[in-house]
Design a binder for this molecule. Structure first.
Ligand code: SDX
Length: 430
């Protein structure tokens, strides 16, 4: 980063100068690390609307241009020219693998697809109707109770080992959460299948008959994983960074990211989109729901619309819409009523000035739920699929943060609005 300019803040007639740092692309930042020492004041930015919490080289998002780059490559190119494991390699190591590196990478991940038998037994502690994200947070967090052979996280080799284990096991754990919820036996990973096909196999194969993953559906799932793999400092990634900044076990940190992702304002949106479309049911009722979304006194929000960063369009939403077409056509579901309703809802909303003026466009979650449902994945599993895809992003950000020479524990301050100091009144006088 270069420091070409300075910013001045004047308070009570006293002016203090701060360096302006320039990154590779995107907004410059005012380096205010010395603000408290120089002024005795904090900045105030709940929700981090104007705060860069770190430096990163992994993902760049331009909300105005609708651009998403993983290590400089546009998401549109990665989604159609690469597969998910290649994108994982890129996100973690900074470059796309060549053929030799890819083969070695596939072997490295395949060596860890088995799940410890003790971990499998954890599932029996959950109710069958537990939300899959509750199971996922519990089981992924429990991974921190295993693998004591690679616990020195200052050692890159140990960090790489943890990354391999997480990437390799998360599909099995997600599929196990589904199988457990429907009372079916767990299905072991098959290393002869690619990442997405193996997941479909573990989700839908049974011991009673052979299951051959549909290549079109596997490719669609692979693309869903690619577009959800990372997204710079979203709430869940920031959670992983903050948890990891104390030196906590990476499996436990990833579990904290999963907990954050579960929220309906974040990764829980794709499940909420399907529930919303099922509630709207018919295009004639769209107007009523759009009116509710515009009503300040109504907490209803148009699920799958809007984004903290994208104020033009979410490039992932376009890729998901195209993938929706592909999957529904492959399955002969092009007249799927929910997909037609989603297309109508998008069209009508984008003709409405309320949504256009506020920069509210379909985000990644608006169509992805319809694709997942068409793949046979139940609504309550949607966020778990998102978590499976985002695990690589969380690991990459954790790794980047831990590897920084000036890494510190994250410890924000506050604007205190409570009671000033006061003394306890003796009990007999209260
Ligand atoms: C993800 O951070 C990431 O990168 C997240 C993510 C990732 O890959 O990690 O991209 C994944 O979380 C996608 C977002 C999924 N969530 C949803 O689809 C839920 C519905 N969307 C909203 O809850 C909302 O848009 C958020 C949470 C996504 C963004 O919230 P913000 O930043 O508070 O929204 P904003 O400031 O841009 O809103 C501007 C205005 C506000 O009204 P005013 O206060 O200006 O009057 O638009 C309103 C909002 O109330 N608004 C909506 C709306 N989203 C925002 N009104 C109706 N329906 C909506 N969906």
């Amino acid at each position: 980063m270069s420091n070409e300019r300075a910013a001045n803040i004047t308070v009570d007639g006293k002016s203090v100068e701060f360096p302006v740092l320039r990154g590779a692309v995107g907004p410059d930042v005012i380096d205010i690390r010395s603000l408290y020492a120089k002024t005795g004041m904090f900045t105030f930015d709940p929700g981090f609307l104007s705060t860069a919490a770190c430096r990163s080289a992994i993902t760049f998002v331009d909300g105005k241009a609708g651009t998403l780059l993983y290590r400089g490559y546009p998401i549109e190119q990665l989604a159609y020219q690469c597969d998910y494991l290649e994108v994982c390699y890129l996100i973690l190591k900074g470059e796309l693998p060549n053929a030799t590196q890819k083969q070695a990478w596939i072997k490295e991940i395949s060596d860890h697809t088995m799940v410890h038998e003790q971990l499998s037994r954890l599932f029996t502690g959950f109710r069958r109707d537990a939300h899959p994200m509750a199971v996922l947070v519990g089981v992924v967090g429990a991974l921190s109770a295993f693998y004591h052979d690679a616990m020195d996280f200052s050692d890159q080799a140990h960090r790489d080992q943890s990354a391999d284990r997480l990437l390799a096991k998360i599909p099995s754990i997600v599929a196990m959460a589904y199988k457990y919820s429907v009372g079916l036996p767990f299905v072991r990973a098959r290393n002869d299948l690619d990442y997405a096909a193996n997941f479909l196999h573990m989700m839908f194969a049974t011991p009673c008959e052979e299951y051959v993953p549909n290549p079109v559906l596997a490719r669609a799932l692979d693309r869903i994983l690619i577009v959800h793999a990372d997204h710079e400092q979203g709430a869940s990634t920031s959670t992983v960074r903050l948890a990891g900044s104390s030196g906590a076990n990476p499996f436990a940190c990833i579990a904290s990211g999963m907990a954050c992702l579960w929220g309906p304002a974040h990764g829980g949106a794709s499940e909420a989109v399907l529930n919303m479309l099922e509630e709207i049911r018919d295009a004639s009722r769209i107007g009523k729901y759009l009116a509710r979304a515009k009503d300040k006194n109504d907490s209803f929000r148009l699920e799958g619309f809007g984004h903290r960063v994208y104020k033009s369009f979410d490039p992932r939403g376009k890729i998901m819409r195209e993938t929706c077409h592909e999957v529904l056509n492959e399955l002969g579901l092009h007249d799927d009523p929910l997909f037609k309703l989603a297309l109508d809802l998008e069209r009508i909303a984008l003709e409405d000035d309320f949504f256009v003026s506020k920069g509210l466009y379909p985000n990644v979650d608006f169509y992805s739920g319809i694709v997942k449902r068409a793949l046979g994945i139940p609504n309550e599993m949607f966020t778990a699929i998102f978590a499976m895809a985002r695990t690589v992003g969380w690991i990459a950000h954790w790794n980047e943060m831990i590897g920084e020479a000036d890494q510190k524990i994250g410890r924000p301050r506050q604007l205190f609005v409570g009671s000033p100091r006061r003394d306890v009144v003796p009990r007999d006088k209260r």
